[in-house]
Design a protein around this ligand. Structure first.
Ligand code: MGD
Ligand code: MGD
Ligand code: MO
Length: 763
């Protein structure tokens, strides 16, 4: 862990002076009084609030300023001085607001009053909380529970999530998708199959014990910048970092630590990646296979020559199954295929394999570059194959490290937000709350939208999120959203999904976690789970944006009570008044995780959730960690190289956005300024198409389902990216992503490999 000098005077971490300027700019833009920068002091501290941006671990011994540029922006965005009151809707009709840019909608400020859509005037009009709850309750009672979906976006606390899953199940369905369905569900499925638990196994302590780290498809500088501190410390110890990423991401190359005055004043940046391999998008299974092949062949030679073995023979014998079939497959794999699909020459993979074989404890970090593919689950399993070859699971300094997205997305799954009944403790819930929970599988997010397109989904309850923008296939899904009978959105800020409303629609403004939450029993705290499976308490530090805003538990309790009435044995009012009562129930449902949680939730560094694979206990079908033989080495079934000139589009985040929340149009780290409508392209691909920098192009999806998917108006920008691969921004590119182009086992949309062609170009 980092041993920074606590008196270091530089408040804005994550990447040098540019980062500090960006933070100052957004504090000014949001008119947050400068004193509010003191709010940032409470961010990610054991006695403060947990950042609303990413879910990276919170150290027990935090820095003075345990936040980064991205986290500071997210905080400023929530505690903005700007407000959207009901007067705003007197001025702006919904049809007018539909023409606004995503940025401008959220930039208008915090929502302050509960709102109901009024079709006659085409406006949102104020409604009292009780009226809203009663009306929503009546609507839900009138609908078939099978036709209602409860989406969670990943920010809501463990307490709110526990309440929501119980409400949905008492109401009558398991339709509880969350944002991980578009994100790390490939991890939940892949790691569960491989090592018996759907979360990563490392904690911050492992950073101090590791001798090598891999980075597959995760953009740490933008999406989890606080992690750069641990990476920098490891680098100072001489730990190599080997990165696989099609783009040369500045945040993965160097890091200037703004908490270190010396670094800020001199150009003494730390080199983050010691090897950087620009794998082709979708080529990771092939690259991993190449490294596995080199390891297994080195081991074969060791057997022949009688030298020490290269693979961890004891681990493989005692703890795994399926090794022989995997080794056979690996030995037979051809270098031609590996090099063609990965886009990497053999000697590059040899350099990576050599480091891997020299290291005793290896961590593999990864993100959307592995999971958001048709082969997303297979990518995750190949990564496990590589780790397992040398026993790199369940020992200090080693293990898979999925870097999760939303600040409580992992925790929501932990407390029962899941459409998969087998992952929820239904028997226990039945006993604890005297009801019969539904046993049929619910819908994940892709299935929910397929059903919506088929007219089978009638209502969507959204605990955060902006699905109209975040989901694939906007050309089809956005019009379908407008056919819903009922949309209920619990939100902090206005977004497009509130405007493309259902026939009846409610927008319910909720507190941000940064705000003080006062209920009958006093100020309330909530809790979340970070990326390393540690739970943390969090309480707000600023006054609510308006006295009419309610907390998420308040809103869920209100709707649950109004919908379920006598049917429910839960005293929803009591839960609303005192969240520790919810934690007591969580403790009854999962004593191993939440027993006596109220007393433990403020533990510095968090409460470690039991993760059996950390102890080499494998909750898989065979009771062992499982090797997997890949179906193919990563050729995308939707993307055979069938059309000359076809390109693979990866949709990316900039450093000025949080998912569909756009802070501004710049991407400082990648050097993009003033527009998000850009396509990053290899200069040779540009030349082949007669394109020069700044030329305008349209992109068209290559698919034969008769749907035209096309977006125009992109400017081409030359970029260091492999030929055949291009990058664009999410959510602007979402109309190009077909709903069915998703991983078959996890249904995570293949947002990192959309087959496209350049449709038109204008100079
Ligand atoms: N500031 C900020 N922080 C965030 C978010 C945000 O929007 N803004 N979003 C949050 C959420 S919900 C999530 S899920 C995470 C997402 O964080 P990441 O997992 O980092 O996701 P992306 O930004 O989509 O980009 C992933 C990286 O994968 C690379 N990549 C693309 N295709 C491939 C491939 O085929 N192989 C490999 N090896 N690499 C590839 C891209 O070049 C990019 O660097 O961040 C969270 N944190
Ligand atoms: N093409 C493409 N598509 C993608 C991705 C990609 O990389 N490429 N990434 C996918 C991923 S990883 C994810 S996680 C999804 C995200 O998809 P979503 O969950 O749909 O979207 P967000 O942008 O995270 O949600 C933003 C909205 O949440 C609301 N909000 C903010 N804070 C709070 C809060 O504290 N409480 C409540 N109730 N509401 C709040 C605000 O109103 C805000 O407008 O998008 C996915 N879609
Ligand atoms: Mo995500």
């Amino acid at each position: 862990m980092s041993k920074q000098n606590k008196s270091d005077a530089y408040p804005f971490a994550s990447g040098g002076w540019g980062s500090m300027k960006a933070v100052a700019k957004i504090l000014l833009q949001e008119k947050t009084p400068l004193t509010d920068s003191r709010v940032l002091m409470h961010q990610n501290k054991p006695d403060g609030f947990m950042c609303v941006s990413c879910s990276w671990a919170k150290p027990a011994d935090p820095h003075v300023f345990e936040f980064c540029e991205s986290g500071a922006k997210a905080t400023a965005w929530d505690i903005t001085a700007k407000r959207v009151t009901s007067d705003f809707f007197q001025v702006h009709k919904v049809s007018e607001l539909l023409k606004w840019h995503d940025h401008d909608l959220e930039e208008a400020g915090r929502l302050t009053e509960p709102l109901r859509y009024d079709a006659q005037t085409d406006r949102y009009v104020p409604v009292s909380w009780q009226e809203a709850f009663d009306a929503i309750g009546a609507e839900l009672r009138a609908l078939d529970p099978a036709s209602v979906v409860f989406y969670s976006s990943g920010r809501a606390s463990l307490e709110t999530s526990y309440m929501l899953q119980l409400f949905a199940r008492m109401y009558g369905n398991n339709n509880l998708p969350d944002s991980s369905n578009m994100c790390h569900e490939s991890t939940a499925v892949g790691l569960k199959e491989a090592i018996g638990v759907g979360v990563g196994t490392i904690t911050l302590e492992d950073f101090e014990k590791t001798d090598l780290m891999f980075f597959f498809g995760q953009n740490v500088g933008t999406n989890s910048p606080r992690m750069l501190h641990q990476l920098q410390d490891a680098r100072k110890r001489g730990v190599p970092i080997i990165t696989f990423n099609p783009l040369r991401e500045p945040g993965l190359l160097d890091f200037a630590n703004p908490q270190s005055p010396v670094q800020m004043l001199t150009p003494a940046e730390t080199q983050i990646s010691t090897q950087y391999h620009q794998v082709k998008t979708g080529g990771d299974t092939a690259a991993l296979l190449g490294i596995c092949k080199l390891v297994i062949e080195a081991d074969d030679r060791a057997v022949t020559s009688g030298t020490p073995r290269v693979i961890d023979v004891d681990f493989i014998r005692d703890h795994t199954s399926g090794f022989d079939a995997f080794a056979q497959f690996v030995r037979e794999a051809s270098w031609d295929d590996i090099e063609r699909v990965s886009g990497l020459p053999r000697d590059a993979l040899e350099a990576a394999a050599q480091e891997y074989m020299n290291a005793n404890a290896v961590i593999a970090h990864y993100g959307m570059g592995l999971t958001q593919h048709r082969m997303g689950v297979q990518n995750v399993r190949m990564l496990c194959n590589l780790l397992m070859l040398r026993g790199n699971v369940g020992k200090p300094g080693a293990g898979p490290s999925p870097v999760r997205g939303h600040s409580n997305v992992q925790g929501q799954r932990t407390v029962g937000i899941t459409e998969k009944p087998e992952l929820a403790p239904l028997d226990q819930l039945a006993k604890q709350f005297s009801f019969e929970p539904p046993r049929e599988k619910g819908m994940n997010i892709v299935e929910a939208f397929e059903a919506l397109l088929d007219g089978k989904v009638k209502a969507m309850f959204n605990l955060g999120g902006n699905l109209v923008r975040s989901i694939p296939d906007r050309v089809r899904t956005e019009p379908a959203w407008a056919t819903l009978e009922l949309t209920v959105n619990v939100a902090t800020k206005l977004n497009r999904s509130h405007l493309v409303h259902g026939k009846r629609s409610y927008v319910l403004p909720c507190l941000s976690r940064i705000e003080i939450d006062r209920q009958e029993s006093g100020e309330q705290a909530v809790s979340m789970e970070d990326s390393t499976a540690c739970f943390h308490g969090s309480h707000g530090v600023v006054e609510p944006a308006a006295p009419t805003i309610r907390s998420e538990p308040f809103i869920v309790a209100g709707i649950a009570k109004a919908t379920l009435g006598e049917r429910s044995t839960v005293d929803w009012d009591a839960w609303r008044d005192d969240y520790s009562r919810v934690r007591v129930e969580m403790g009854k449902t999962w004593p191993e995780m939440f027993d006596n949680f109220d007393a433990r939730m403020w533990t510095p560094g968090g409460v470690k959730r039991p993760v059996p694979a950390r102890e080499r206990k494998w909750k898989t079908k065979s009771g062992k960690a499982e090797f997997m033989v890949p179906d193919s080495i990563g050729e995308d079934p939707d993307m055979p190289e069938r059309e000359p000139g076809s390109l693979r589009l990866m949709t990316l985040r900039s450093d000025s956005q949080f998912n569909t929340t756009i802070y501004n149009d710049d991407d400082r780290l990648r050097g993009v300024k003033g527009s998000r409508m850009v396509i990053l392209m290899n200069p040779a691909d540009m030349e082949e198409r007669g394109l020069s920098e700044g030329d305008r192009i349209g992109l068209e999806t290559i698919a034969d389902d008769g749907v035209e998917r096309r977006v125009d108006g992109f400017a081409v920008m030359p970029f260091n990216v492999p030929q055949g691969c291009i990058g664009g921004y999410f959510p602007e590119c979402n109309p190009l992503l077909p709903l069915w182009h998703c991983a078959k086992e996890s249904k995570v949309p293949g947002a990192k490999s959309i087959p496209v062609r350049v449709a038109a170009s204008v100079r």
